[in-house]
Design a binder for this molecule. Structure first.
Ligand code: FDA
Length: 397
């Protein structure tokens, strides 16, 4: 579809993802004439692929503590004004069935397509016009607002909302355009890096885990004063799984990362009581009671040669226990934006209003969603930030 050569509306939103669609809906319902410009051939591609195709659309336990940002207070206002319940109410009004998987994480029973359809239906009802396959060629400030030059023509509006997301999964349409635009208008962009991302290992650390690819076990991963208890999955290139993805957002190359491989137990007391009750069993058999067999065997091949457990004295058992509860994971990097769920860093919140997401430098310019330096934990928090920040800007434009 071609848009008129020059079209004026009240709001132009660049990016038809989670935050952009929410903002469009809210502004449209307030009677604003809204244009959404999306360069991909359809809106909400990340929503479609999220949550393994079932979209973990919010987390009922969302608090500001679940987000990383240079200013941890920034997200508070928007999150308080658009809560998980607000989004749940919309999901229920559209008859979308959902369930809680764990830890407050809400997923669609059927498909994330239903969330995209819901947002597009809401936008249509609010009179929002969306142009997909439409690339932005440039943005200029004018006397009365902004001029956005697109491949389909020129758009003008007094308000411009940048909702272009982060850098993760470039194959899904992610670009650094929002950061470039922020810099163009004098904003600071804090360094970006991949978050919620698998960690990679090389050399000896990787060799020790070789042939364990596919093994999954509960751990507590600790780094820089943060700890996450959940599953870890050993992969061909390193480690992944929810515990690792969570801690990856707090880890930088060179930081110490410790794993408690027996998070539910006191390893020393457990090994001691096994020695008392079954002194003849081999250490590898004892460990296989707590770990997948292949993992227990590898522990004994690499770190502590297996003997009947009665042959270990207390200091030796304590040494094994300490190792199991503070296992040093030596990662050399991350899988990067190719597989990361989110981008840490971004548009500096110090230069935005926390209630309207508007630039403190340039009235009428707003930044929402992942392009802003607010990043949630794994578990529906990132969508909740997209909805909340989209709502905040949608109420203000
Ligand atoms: P989003 O990326 O959704 O949208 C940005 C839009 O802008 C895209 O449509 C893009 O094509 C468009 N765009 C970019 N540059 C443009 C340009 N120059 N011109 C026009 N358009 C442009 N979170 C969560 O809470 N629960 C979950 O289950 C998951 N699961 C998940 C799985 C995977 C594989 C990934 C990669 C990510 C998740 N996430 C998630 C994170 C979540 O998807 C993410 O935080 C939000 O989609 C961010 O919303 P935004 O609207 O900011 O960006």
């Amino acid at each position: 579809m071609s848009i008129d050569r020059t079209t004026t509306s009240d709001v132009i939103i660049i990016g038809g993802g989670a935050a952009g669609l929410m903002c469009a809906r809210v502004a449209g319902l307030r009677g604003k004439r809204v244009r959404v410009v999306e360069h991909a051939n359809r809106c909400g591609k990340k929503i479609l692929m999220s949550g393994g195709g079932r979209c973990n659309f919010t987390n009922t336990g969302t608090t500001p503590a679940n987000f990383l940002s240079n200013n941890p207070h920034f997200c508070k206002s928007a999150l308080a004004r658009y809560t998980p319940q607000h989004f749940i109410d919309m999901v229920e009004a559209h008859g979308i069935a959902y369930h809680e998987k764990e830890l407050g994480q809400l997923f669609c029973d059927e498909s994330s397509k239903l969330i995209v359809k819901m947002l597009l239906d809401e936008c249509a009802d609010a009179g929002v016009r969306i142009d997909t396959s439409c690339s932005v060629e440039g943005v200029e400030k004018t006397d009365d607002g902004f001029r956005v030059r697109t491949t389909l023509g020129e758009l003008r509006a007094p308000s411009l909302v940048v909702a272009t997301g982060g850098l993760s999964i470039p194959s899904m349409g992610a670009t650094g355009f929002g950061y470039e635009l922020a810099r163009q208008f004098g904003h600071t962009v804090l360094p970006t890096r991949a978050g919620l991302v698998p960690l990679t290992m090389t050399g000896k650390p990787q060799e020790r885990f070789a042939e364990l690819s596919g093994v999954s076990l509960p751990v507590t991963a600790q780094c820089n004063g943060r700890a996450f208890s959940n599953f870890m999955l050993i992969t061909h290139r390193g480690v992944s799984g929810p515990a690792i993805l969570q801690i990856s957002s707090y880890w930088n190359v060179g930081d110490e990362l410790l794993l408690d491989l027996l998070p539910q137990a006191d390893a020393f007391e457990t090994l001691k009581s096994l020695r008392a009750s079954r002194p003849g069993i081999e250490l590898r058999t004892a460990l296989a009671e707590f770990f997948p067999k292949r993992f227990a065997e590898r522990l004994c091949e690499v770190w502590f040669p297996s003997r009947p457990i009665r042959q270990y004295n207390d200091p030796q058992l304590r040494e094994i226990a300490t190792f199991l509860q503070a296992f040093p994971l030596i990662a050399n990097g991350t899988e990067g934006y190719r597989t990361a769920e989110v981008t840490l860093g971004g548009v500096d919140t110090d230069e935005l209003s926390s209630s309207t997401m508007m630039s403190k430098h340039l009235p009428g310019l707003h930044f929402i969603g992942e392009v802003v330096d607010v990043t949630g934990w794994l578990g529906g928090y990132n969508f909740q930030w997209a909805w909340a920040s989209g709502n905040a800007a949608g109420m203000a434009v």
